[in-house]
Design a protein around this ligand. Sequence first.
Ligand code: ADP
Length: 601
Amino acid sequence: MIRSRFSWKLTAVLLLPIFLSTAVVGGLAIRSIEEDSKEEVRRSLAAQAALLRNVAAPRLGQSHETALKQEVRSLGEEIGTRLTVIDAGGQVLADSQEEPSRMDNLASRPEILSARSHGSGTATRYSHRLGATLTDLALPIEENGRLLGYARASLPLSGVDQRVARLRTVVALGTVLALLAAGVLGLALARSFVKPVNAMTAVAEGMAHGDYNRRLPATRTDELGDLARALNRTAESSQSRMETIITDRNKLLSLLKGMVEGVVAVDREERVLQMNSAAGTILGALPETSVSKPIWEVTRVRQVCDTLSRTLKTGRDVKDELRLVTRSQDQVVEMLASPLLDGEGELAGAVVVLHDVSNLHRLQTVRRDFVANASHELKTPIAAIRALVETLIEDRSMPSSDRERFLDKIWNQSMRLSSLVTDLLTLSRLESSPTGPDLQPIDLRQPFRGAVQALLPTSEERGIAVHAEIPPGPVRVLGDAEALGQLTTNLLDNALKYTGRGGQVWARLKNTGNQVLIEVQDTGMGIAPQDQARVFERFYRVDKARSRELGGTGLGLSIVKHIAVIHQGQVFVESSPGIGSTFRASFPIAPQDPVHADTPL
Ligand code: ADP
């Protein structure tokens, strides 16, 4: 309160006019009263001097000096005024308070000079003897136009001075009291303003620092009360707006965080405003430490910086493709940078969305390769059949043995075509189901046994001994019986294809306790180490000619892998060229169903 400038200003504003008015009015009043008193003294002196003149005139020049002296003395004592009779030369003839012989010649006194020239003279002087200011008034005493002397009356002004001094004291006291009252009033008034204003300032400063919870008591009914209520409403609306902004911001941040696409926002100086973790991964930057730093400082990927710069420069969307060569894989990222505008539509920064389309690219490449390979694989038997049929049509006189051979070839090619189409359809069936196959708890022994039995005639035909090892108890898996039968068939079919006459093939179904294994081992030609990882690729064949000759499509093992994957399983190969190969497919065991646990499948 003491330090409040407003209090002091308000008090000063109240005090100043009071002080000025009392000083001016008091001063003028004192002055006027002083003047009036002096005038009164003068008038009284004039009357007394006139009386003295009348008394002294008949005695002047007639050697009645003693009588004159006595008369002047008694008159002076009677009226309480000092009376002096002076002759024309300035010599004192009689004085009511002093012995004339001891008095100086008064001819040069201003009141005497003035009386001589103007008919009346007044002068004020300080008397050391009386220690007071005196007013003298002299009148000339004349007889028939001849100057006989002067009658002078003198009165001290101490009465007037005392009155004026008293008046000054009263005015000063009044002024001090008025100033004190005004000061107290001003401070009290200022306090009633300053206190709520200080409270409002605290609330406003709190809002500036993000504290919107403070409220003001709005009990006053005056303008300050209105201001307090308005401030409270402002705080409330700011608080709710702030809450909305924070909620929206949090939503936006969690949205950004959860986005698969990378998002980076920068300001006009290319300083990072926001970066989500997906963008951090693509750009090799740490989102937490990147904020407020220039984008070119946090990432080495120049293309992103250039794209953002271009958007900031042109104020337009910029689309670009980013190719990143990392140690593990090549990444293709689509970039779309857009300008960020502020509330007034002015450019405030730019945001870039990074969409990793590597998988899409890879899939497109795989699909393109697959279509090219499939077309090529289909074209070969079709072209062969066409050529053979054309020859048969053109050469009607072909010997029947050749015709037989040609028809045999046509049959072989059509069988190859049929196998290809069957395998392609199988692959398509496996891939097309969006939810995956309908997996049921099954006993794997049934499809496994079925596949082995179906291929026994072929094995006999090719002179290969097949040994099936099937556990006595049920082998439970969550699976598609048909697909798992197909997997076994494909592995066994390969073992028979790539094992020479007299070879051996083992088809094993194992329950290792925590997983189920389908294992097909042969004593065939084996696979070179560099080819082992690739045999599961579509259309990959180590020896194309041999595979074709044996009716292979190059799709058998990719179908095996696909079936294993959709059963949450894996496939492995172990092989030594010239010794043989072992293919294994492992699957998780089906969780025990208490109702059907002992039911034979
Ligand atoms: P294919 O129809 O040609 O047999 P697969 O996808 O089944 O196609 O097999 C791919 C390639 O893997 C085969 O061409 C063959 O070279 C090799 N291969 C597969 N199984 C065996 C095996 N048991 N022994 C040796 N090579 C094999």
